[in-house]
Design a protein around this ligand. Structure first.
Ligand code: PLP
Length: 393
C-alpha cells in the first residue's frame, strides 16, 4: 500500500474510529477481567460489576434506568429484537392472531426487512407511511394509520442515507395517547444529537456503539419498563431474559466509554460540523451542475450531507472519489454493490435518473476544513467525468 497517498475519510455514518479513551477503557476486559458475567464466583462477579456499571451509564446518558438497557450484538439486532419482541408479545396476548405494524419506507434494512418478514411469514398487516420529498413523515399520517389492532409503530430518529430527522417526539406523543408501543432506530444520532427517551416519547430505542466512536458488534436496546416484550432469541436468562447469550462485557464497557466520550464532545462537534457541512453543501450545489441536496435542508444531522446528481452512476462516482483518496458512500453502506436506485430516494419521489446518482458525505469528529475543501476541489471534475461515461451508454 502507498502510505504517502492522501486518504480522507468522510463516511462516518458507516462507522467511526474507536476513540483512544474507549479502547483504553475496554483493554482490561479481554484478558484480565475475563469472567463470564453470569458466573457466581469472584471472576464472574468482577465482570458483572463492570456490566452493571455499563447498564447504568448508558441508561443515564439516554434518560433511562439501568434495568431498561439491553446490550445486543449490533444495532441491527436491537432493531430486530424490538420489532419482533413487541409483535410476538401482542400476538401472544391476542390468542395468536397477528396485528398491524406501522413503519416508513425510509427505514434502515434492520427495521424494513424485519417488518417485511413479520408481514410475509407471520401474517402481520403492514402499513408504510408516506414521506415527503425530504423523507419526512407527517405525524398526522401516523394518527390516521393507527388501528385498534396496531401493535407497534417504528419511525427512525435520523435517516442514515439522507440525514433527515423525523418528528419522533410528536409521533411518540400520538402513539402514547393511543396506547401503541413506539420504537425508534436512533443509531445515527447520539454522536451528534442529544437522545433522551422521555423527551422523544419512545418505548423502545436502538443504538449501535460503532456509530459513536465505540466498538463494532455492540448494540443497545432500550425497552421502557412495562412494554410488552417476548425475546425473539431464546436461550438463557442473560440481560434479564431479554437477550439470551453470554454478554460481551468488553463491548458493553466500550459502549459505556463511547457514550460518555460522545456526550462530552457532542455539542461542540455538532456546531463545528454543521458549519463544515453547510460549506460543503453550498460548494457542491454551486460547483456541480445538475446537483441537488437530498433530505431535509435544515432538519438533518449536523454531520450529514447527501446529494443526487442527474445522469451519474453513484457507484462510479464513489470509485472516482476513492481514486482521489476520498472515502464516501452512495447511501447505506449495506446497499453498496447494488446498481438499483435506492428505495429510500425513490420513496421520496426522486426520479430514477437522479436517484441512481446518490452520494452521501458524512463528517465526523476528525474532519477538517482542508478535507472539505479537498472534496470541493475534485468533485466537479469527478462528476463531469462519470456523467460523460454514463451518457455514452
Ligand atoms: N440503523 C441505522 C439507521 C443504521 O445506519 C445502521 C447501520 O448502518 C443500523 C441500524 C445497523 O447497525 P449495525 O451496523 O450496528 O448493525
Amino acid at each position: 500500500m502507498d502510505t504517502t497517498r492522501r486518504r480522507i475519510y468522510l463516511d462516518y455514518s458507516a462507522t467511526t474510529p474507536v476513540a483512544p479513551e474507549v479502547r483504553a477503557a475496554m483493554q482490561p476486559y479481554w484478558s484480565d477481567v475475563f469472567g463470564n458475567a453470569s458466573s457466581l464466583h469472584s471472576f464472574g462477579r468482577d465482570a458483572a460489576a463492570a456490566l452493571d456499571e455499563a447498564h447504568t451509564v448508558v441508561g443515564c446518558a439516554i434518560g433511562a434506568r439501568a434495568s431498561e438497557i439491553v446490550f445486543t450484538g449490533c444495532g441491527t439486532e436491537a432493531d430486530n429484537l424490538a420489532l419482533r419482541g413487541v409483535a410476538f408479545a401482542a400476538r401472544r396476548a391476542n390468542g395468536g392472531s397477528p396485528g398491524h405494524i406501522i413503519t416508513t419506507p425510509v427505514e434502515h434494512h434492520a427495521v424494513e426487512a424485519t417488518a417485511h418478514q413479520l408481514h410475509t411469514l407471520f401474517g402481520f398487516d403492514l402499513t408504510l407511511l408516506p414521506v415527503d420529498g425530504c423523507g419526512r413523515v407527517d405525524p398526522d399520517d401516523v394518527r390516521r394509520a393507527i388501528r385498534p389492532d396496531t401493535v407497534i409503530v417504528s419511525v427512525m430518529l435520523a435517516n442514515n442515507e439522507v440525514g433527515t430527522l423525523q418528528p419522533v417526539r410528536e409521533i411518540g406523543a400520538i402513539c402514547r395517547e393511543r396506547g401503541v408501543p413506539f420504537h425508534t432506530d436512533a443509531v445515527q444520532a447520539p454522536a451528534y444529537l442529544p437522545v433522551n427517551v422521555d423527551e422523544l416519547n419512545v418505548d423502545l430505542l436502538a443504538l449501535s456503539a460503532h456509530k459513536f466512536y465505540g466498538p463494532k458488534g455492540v448494540g443497545v436496546l432500550y425497552i421502557r419498563e412495562g412494554t410488552p416484550y417476548v425475546p425473539a432469541i431464546t436461550g438463557g436468562g442473560h440481560e434479564r431474559g431479554r437477550r439470551p447469550g453470554t454478554v460481551n462485557v468488553a463491548g458493553a464497557v466500550g459502549a459505556e466509554a463511547a457514550i460518555k466520550y460522545s456526550a462530552r464532545e457532542r455539542d461542540a462537534q455538532a456546531a463545528r460540523l454543521a458549519k463544515l457541512r453547510d460549506r460543503l453543501i453550498q460548494g457542491v450545489l454551486a460547483g456541480v451542475p445538475d446537483a441537488r441536496l437530498s433530505g431535509h435542508p435544515t432538519e438533518r444531522l449536523p454531520n450529514h450531507a447527501s446529494f443526487v446528481f442527474k445522469n451519474v452512476d453513484g457507484e462510479s462516482l464513489l470509485m472516482a472519489l476513492d481514486v482521489e483518496g476520498i472515502a464516501v458512500s452512495t447511501g447505506s453502506a449495506c446497499t453498496s454493490g447494488n446498481p438499483e436506485p435506492s428505495p429510500v430516494l425513490l420513496a421520496m419521489g426522486i426520479p430514477r435518473e437522479w436517484a441512481l446518482g446518490g452520494l452521501r458525505i458524512t463528517l465526523g469528529y476528525h474532519t477538517t476544513e482542508e478535507e472539505i475543501d479537498a472534496v470541493l476541489d475534485v468533485l466537479p471534475e469527478c462528476v463531469a467525468r462519470v456523467r460523460a461515461a454514463s451518457l455514452e451508454f
